[in-house]
Design a protein around this ligand. Sequence first.
Ligand code: SF4
Length: 40
Amino acid sequence: MSAKALPEVTPDRCTGCAQCAVVCPFNAIDMVRVAPRSGC
Ligand code: SF4
């Protein structure tokens, strides 16, 4: 896989559902809790 093929998350569209981490066969994705954005 080339660097151009790496996945990219669009933060404004991510719901945090974690399905990407669940289905990744290489366990390459971890979900981490972060502080909420200001104004949320
Ligand atoms: S699968 Fe869910 S957590 Fe992963 S990028 Fe898409 S919306 Fe965000």
